[in-house]
Design a protein around this ligand. Sequence first.
Ligand SMILES: Nc1nc2c(c(=O)[nH]1)N[C@H]1C(S)=C(S)[C@@H](COP(=O)(O)O)O[C@H]1N2
Ligand SMILES: [Mo]
Length: 419
Amino acid sequence: MTKPNRRDMFRLGAAAGAALIAASGRGARAASPPGAPPADNAWSNSLGHGVDSKPYGSPSPFEKNVVRRYVPWLSPTRDADASMTPLQDQPGIITSNGVFFERYHAGVPQVDPKAFRLMISGRVKKPLLLTLDQLMRYPSVSRIHFIECPANGATEWPAAQLNSLQLTHGMIGCAEWTGVLLSTLLDEAGLYPDSRWVTATGSDGAHMNRSLPMMKCLDDCMIAWGQNGEAVRPEQGYPARLVVPGWQGNVNVKWLRQIQVGREPWITREETSEYSELLGDGTSLGFTWVMDAKSVITFPCPEKPLTQGPGFYEIRGLAWSGRGKVKYVDISLDGGVNFQRARLDNPILDKCMTRFTLPWWWDGKVALIQSRVTDETGYVQPTIVQKHKFWGADPVYENNSIQTWQVLASGAVNNVQLS
Ligand SMILES: Nc1nc2c(c(=O)[nH]1)N[C@H]1C(S)=C(S)[C@@H](COP(=O)(O)O)O[C@H]1N2
Ligand SMILES: [Mo]
């Protein structure tokens, strides 16, 4: 199909609309068929609800399908589980608090903010014990960062298993976090030259604890109490969580209660049985903190097929890197043979989701669409074949490989893996 000019962009859609009007004729009042002027619907002839009925808002009932979802066979219990963000319905880079993915090892505790205490102890000159009000008194920052669980995409290591963007890529969320930099509190407590490691512990039943090198703690870690214009949600660690920008989700300790400073890493259970990866050659990686660059096309995708026949569509997607900013995103329509550069939307921020788009005149034929991000360090998102070379045949974590969606002639979209 030759590329039509801009004025013709919706020509095919308009023709289909005209046919529909002819078929529906008179009496079709409820919904306006494409091409017809807006119908005079009931909501135009009556009062809407007033300010008293919804002091805390919620999405339109027509958006009830936009919810977190989970994969029952990934974990046997709901209180030690993960749910995924519906990325197919996320228009921009911010993940709505109500659908921000969840991961917890012992359920969501209900923490009383009055009883909250944060202890900063260990190899510091002046240990601190802070109430929430005291914590919130320190100078604060607001920053937009993603948090991604390294198990995001784990099911897709052996083969394309789940035909869903949400279930293959949704263990990520991006929010504006507001709080105090960890460096501010560590400066207040006073470090010694050999105060080289920090361990953060949660107050939930899992008492999740992870060791972090001092360099990262003094760089950009923060203790956040704000999330996208309101208090951090219970699922995200109310009233305060650690945000470790760009690093594995599991180090972003929620329901925070202790920051311990020491000379050595703690080598906690989470750092031996859980988050250390066995490689193909039999050796194990001690710490794998940084989330490497990743991108995915969010439209079209299995949940959002092409429903209006051949013609113009805008390919849309999200890209991010735990090492810094997204530099560019390339799109392939033929399974990775040829690539063209996508347009990036501002803002392009450090360790943050970046939105990309590409205009596409779909000829109605089968296409294999992919996105590939390059970050500001020059790191290029790898193929699954390249990943397996280093990570071995059967890994769990860190699947940041290029995703291929197969667009069928019908417009349906499937998750496929190219070997
Ligand atoms: N206290 C505590 N913090 C925790 C966890 C936990 O179980 N308990 N789970 C971790 C894991 S594995 C991930 S991926 C992130 C998920 O953050 P979210 O639920 O806000 O998306 O929280 C981390 N912080
Ligand atoms: Mo995680």
